[in-house]
Design a protein around this ligand. Sequence first.
Ligand code: UDP
Length: 291
Amino acid sequence: MVIGLRPGGQPLVDAVELAEASASAIWHRPRLDLFGVQIDCVDRATAVERIRGFLTAGTPHQVITVNLDFLHKAEHDSEFRATINEADLAVADGMPIVWISRVLGTPLTERVTGVELVEESCRLAAQTGRGVFFLGAGPGVAEAAARRARDRHPGLIVQAYAPPLGPITLDENESTIEMIRKAQPSFLFVALGAPRQDLWIREHRERLGVPVAMGVGCVLDLLAGAVRRAPSWMQATGFEWTYRLMQEPRRLWRRYLLDDLPLFGRLSLMALDEHRAARRLAEQRPGGALG
Ligand code: UDP
């Protein structure tokens, strides 16, 4: 499988790292290696089943929803890359990733979004009497998202807290962790922006002791109605980003146009190369077209 390149031409992940990562993947969880970033080959139903399993196990688990922007950040940030690769579940939250998986010949069946996983988790929590905690997002957003989640899932126990935007002090960090430990939720959804939210979960997951902790980016804004979700045809055709860009052009133009689009072009070309190389190999094998 092709491995992405670090600036300077070094592979993103060396062969030993990859072998170790994929050894566990082969036996326990099929994963797609997307240029050094491991993504679970799961559809929505299987992802929810996994989450149900984490809940039953009761020990801390981390879930990550990987989109093109995560791949861009992971290419330049080895800690973030390790966080994704060592997560208990990393789903493909973006059509571009599904398309690239198809070109590579190891197709993911569908996109699994953070919004869907949060919704399914809230449903599960309401059914089983488990608690949910929404952490982060702008002033009033997490509370609004919690109110709406309670409306949709009667009986849901959900708490919300938003630390001040931007970097937080050590004291604020400690009191946030303490608040979550006291609440003892079964699900923790963290909206502090990527990669910060995912690194934060990774750093504190053992102390937090939450069975299912997941970074959710703008999901709380969507649930609260502070940001509108793209129409379903845009979601299905991979154009959701254009809708988001129109809503928040100042914040997102650089991310989508300068970072993610060129990366998508580059990854698609690498995937095509990989696909052609695999085909040539197959043709050269005895019994192949050239055999
Ligand atoms: N956010 C936050 N604190 C910060 C930075 C971001 O609570 O210091 C929240 C922000 O209000 C929003 C979410 O993080 O709710 C956005 O995260 P991100 O940009 O990763 O989301 P994406 O746009 O990728 O879905």
